[in-house]
Write a protein that binds this ligand. Structure first.
Ligand SMILES: [Zn+2]
Length: 421
């Protein structure tokens, strides 16, 4: 089974490569316009729009075509043909307002279009984390014939595990970034047939139950970031909107890194325990209470963060689990916080105090989030796990794994303490 992923990298030597990339990006816009013009001519003459095959064969002798590596030029014309097809499809579906793809021009200048480099157009150097991007014949003459970009990826991404299919230079946020479009063959054999349940929350981002064992992941690192960036942004006035943009971007990067690290850690804990299925509480229930109103997230109101984080987390967890052959299913979390996971008693009046669930029926005391996670797990696997301890101590005493910012990973609390004597 093949899996595909695109990784975004920042360029660490922008001064050396920006001019060259600008030139390539503008050349891609010019070629787009040449193709667009040709398509218009054909359209006016014959009433038909040429497909990408015709665009390529008709334009490959064009001067603008040879500004870029031939494969990069082909990709520009393919994108143009795809844009026309998208427009046709919209028209067919009755969207009378849909417009055909336009020209890429801003006054006298050209915007910087994305430039794609396929197999023959790039050379990746994993050891020195850099990639060589080929230019077209026309642009080689007075400069060197390639652009050597040094890059940096998120620390948890290892490109050597992937086949790089394509590299794209993308201009956004006023700078060039690289997209590595990757593929690999994965073995979807699941690690075992155990089931784990995950309850997502606020003070604990996630509670994980294996039935007989449980782990809590406090959200303190996320909260600290919210506080830090909230304060920083409050200090920016509108005249410094670039600074606000930069802070937003930084915050998004940090959130994303946190969620990637968390899901990777959870998947590895699951692999260790032979888990073949992860059950996760339905997100719909998290945002709304039973009356359909948004839940009160406390006075710091992190609704935005959490709505965002839950959706992102689930999709990240899903593909990281898939790569290990673990199935992720989403189940409604209805009643999971009101039901005792030890005896099954459902009682709207049960006591939840300081994060503890106390059952009036069987006297079980459980961590409330672990109780929720175990109830979610039981939705798929109603029987107790083989691992289950007959005493219910594990419900009340989960191990706690904290995000260690300096290490960029999660570790059991004891270990974190040990690191800081
Ligand atoms: Zn009970």
């Amino acid at each position: 089974m093949r899996t595909h992923r695109t990784f975004e990298a920042s360029i660490t030597n922008p001064r050396q490569v920006s001019d060259d990339l600008d030139q390539l990006g503008r050349a891609a816009s010019k070629l787009w316009n040449v193709g667009r013009y040709y398509a218009q001519e054909q359209w006016d003459e014959t009433g038909e729009i040429p497909d990408d095959g015709e665009l390529k064969s008709e334009l490959k002798g064009h001067e603008r075509y040879t500004d870029l590596h031939s494969q990069s030029s082909q990709r520009v014309l393919e994108e143009l043909a795809e844009a026309f097809n998208g427009w046709f499809a919209k028209r067919r579906n009755g969207d009378g307002r849909a417009r055909p793809p336009g020209y890429r021009k801003r006054g006298d200048s050209h915007p910087r279009s994305t430039v794609s480099f396929k197999a023959a157009g790039f050379k990746h150097d994993a050891q020195f984390t850099r990639v060589r991007l080929s230019k077209g014949r026309n642009l080689k003459e007075h400069r060197s014939d390639f652009v050597l970009c040094e890059y940096e990826l998120r620390p948890d991404v290892d490109l050597s595990e992937w086949d790089i299919q394509q590299v794209r230079a993308v201009h956004k946020y006023d700078e060039w970034r690289l997209h590595f479009v990757c593929r690999k063959v994965i073995d979807p054999e699941p690690p075992g047939d155990e089931t784990a349940g995950i309850d997502l929350g606020i003070s604990n981002v996630a509670a994980l139950s294996f039935g007989g064992e449980s782990i809590l992941f406090p959200g303190n690192a996320l909260k600290e970031d919210e506080y830090y960036f909230g304060r920083k942004k409050a200090k920016c006035d509108d005249s410094r909107s670039n600074e606000r943009l930069r802070l937003d971007r930084k915050r998004t990067e940090r959130r994303t890194h946190f969620l990637h690290t968390l899901s990777k850690h959870i998947v590895s804990e699951c692999v260790e325990r032979g888990v073949g299925t992860i059950v996760i509480g339905d997100l719909g229930g998290i945002r709304d209470d039973e009356n359909g109103k948004s839940r009160n997230w406390g006075k710091h109101g992190n609704l935005d963060l959490h709505g965002w984080a839950f959706d992102r987390f689930t999709s990240i967890l899903d593909y990281k689990a898939e790569a290990e052959g673990i199935d992720v299913t989403v189940e409604s979390e209805r009643d999971t916080s009101k039901t005792c996971s030890a005896c099954g008693t459902k009682d709207g009046n049960q006591r939840v105090e300081r994060g503890l669930y106390v059952c009036e029926e069987c006297d079980t005391v459980a961590n409330a989030d672990v109780n929720g996670a175990e109830n979610i797990r039981r939705k798929v696997t109603p029987s107790p796990s083989d691992r289950e301890d007959r005493s219910n101590g594990w419900l009340a005493q989960p191990s706690v794994h904290l995000f260690d910012r300096s290490e960029g990973r999660f570790a059991p609390r004891e270990q974190v303490v040990d690191c800081k004597p």
